[in-house]
Design a binder for this molecule. Structure first.
Ligand SMILES: Nc1ncnc2c1ncn2[C@@H]1O[C@H](COP(=O)(O)OP(=O)(O)OP(=O)(O)O)[C@@H](O)[C@H]1O
Length: 414
């Protein structure tokens, strides 16, 4: 049998002349400045500067959709805060927790204790774990800022949001002054908190609006200068990347990911200049990867609801009322082999799909019957979504029917 020595794959192995410092395109890389977020930055500074007057920092909530620079801005300001405090001999420290995998205050407190004491106290009662967490804060500094990123993950188990702001009053800490910076994508999280929690921390909500195309262009240009060798990116490719991201979610993360992928695409084509065509191909690849990751993480009921939504989309009926989606869903359930949920519960799955950005639901006044109703449409590309759903064995037959019945405008009679 012929075995290649691999030399025929040299073009696939080629690293090309595109990337210089690729790391600046990685998710964990923190920019030194965030000029597009000057006003949000200044508001955070105003909340922290109280510490220099001997007061506890303000409790703040940074709110806005994904990729809007909330974490980057908070990190940038906190770095400046620590440096300034150092210069003025003020004893400050910051504690950062990503709450993404912590579904309760208890688990967040365990994470903090583990970070600083080296041992996870999981298994002890909540009272004990909170006590340990307050001991950690007290041992760190006179002023401690606790950053709770993706804080909405803790859902309604939000005792920590009540306890930290009141810790001094309740005698949980004696010498340390505490402030919280909560970061969330979920605009409903704050309004759904119970009133006693809200009143203890609702000092300031700082809204991060979606980036516009010019802002994304500036962000990309700064990254590109460092990430790629001189002259490796066409200006128009940067503008196109920014425009794609602005039209979609206005997310800087998405824009940076697309530019990174465009570099890979250029390498695949053995080109040493990134141009518009590479950006277009990259956009398709990134979109497909994003849809695949999102859909694979869904429950089967979410997937059934999404399949119904796709069916509505191929019939050209978007935006559609919930009852239209429910009718498709009802027809699909037995084919997919899932229990048919009641109308309201299926709507919850539509809301879930909206939260992760696969579909988009907007409330507006309906067709004269009652108040505002939801209208749904796909926010990812329907064709790509179909391709991904087809790769799930439980759904592939149903998707075939959905697509082939699109000419008949409805799958109701299959
Ligand atoms: N103004 C900016 N300048 C430079 N880089 C930015 C800026 N805004 C965002 N970024 C970059 O975009 C990516 C996403 O930003 P970040 O994580 O801060 O967003 P986020 O709003 O916290 O999103 P999420 O809620 O999804 O975590 C990061 O790589 C970050 O460095």
């Amino acid at each position: 049998m012929y075995m290649s020595d691999g030399s025929d794959l040299d073009d696939v192995w080629a690293t090309g002349e595109i990337f210089d410092d690729e790391e600046v395109l990685h998710e964990h890389w923190t920019p030194e400045s965030v000029p597009e977020r000057e006003s949000e930055r200044d508001e955070i500074i105003r909340g922290l500067r109280r510490a220099f007057r001997g007061e506890a920092p303000k409790n703040m909530f940074l709110q806005g959709k994904t990729g809007q620079g909330k974490t980057a801005t908070a990190q940038h300001v906190l770095e400046m805060f620590e440096q300034r405090a150092d210069q003025q001999n003020l004893d400050v420290d910051t504690v950062y927790v990503s709450c993404a995998n912590h579904k309760s205050s208890y688990k967040v407190a365990c994470d903090i204790v583990e970070q600083y004491m080296g041992e996870n106290p999981y298994g002890h009662g909540q009272h004990k774990v909170f006590e340990m967490m307050f001991d950690v804060f007290e041992s760190l500094a006179e002023i401690v800022v606790v950053v709770l990123d993706e804080v909405d993950s803790i859902g309604d188990k939000h005792d920590i949001l009540y306890s930290i702001p009141r810790a001094r009053k309740q005698g949980d800490v004696k010498n340390t002054k505490l402030g919280i910076i909560g970061i969330t994508n979920d605009s409903t999280f704050l309004s759904n908190l119970d009133p006693k929690v809200k009143s203890s921390l609702y000092d300031s909500v700082i809204q991060f609006d979606a980036y516009e195309s010019e802002e994304l262009q500036q962000i990309l240009s700064r990254r590109a200068d460092r990430a790629f060798v001189d002259g490796a990116v066409d200006d128009s490719a940067i503008s196109l990347c920014a425009a794609f991201a602005a039209q979609d979610k206005g997310s800087a993360r998405q824009a940076i990911d697309n530019l990174y992928e465009a570099g890979e695409v250029a390498l695949d084509h053995a080109d040493d200049l990134i141009i518009d065509d590479h950006v277009r191909e990259a956009e398709e690849r990134v979109e497909k990867r994003y849809i695949t990751q999102s859909i694979n993480g869904l429950t089967i009921q979410d997937q059934a609801t999404l399949t119904a939504m796709v069916s509505v989309s191929v019939d050209g009926d978007e935006p559609a009322r919930t009852r239209r989606v429910y009718s498709e869903y009802s027809n699909l359930c037995s084919e997919i082999g899932v229990n048919k949920l009641a109308f309201d519960r299926m709507r919850d799955h539509l809301l879930e799909l909206d939260m992760i950005g696969i579909i988009d639901g907007k409330k507006r006044t309906g067709d004269g019957q009652g108040g505002e109703k939801y209208y749904w449409e796909m926010s990812t590309d329907t064709g790509t979504t179909i391709e991904v759903l087809e790769s799930i064995s439980r759904l592939d037959d149903v998707i075939d029917i959905v697509v082939s019945s699109s000419q008949n405008s409805s799958i109701t009679n299959y």
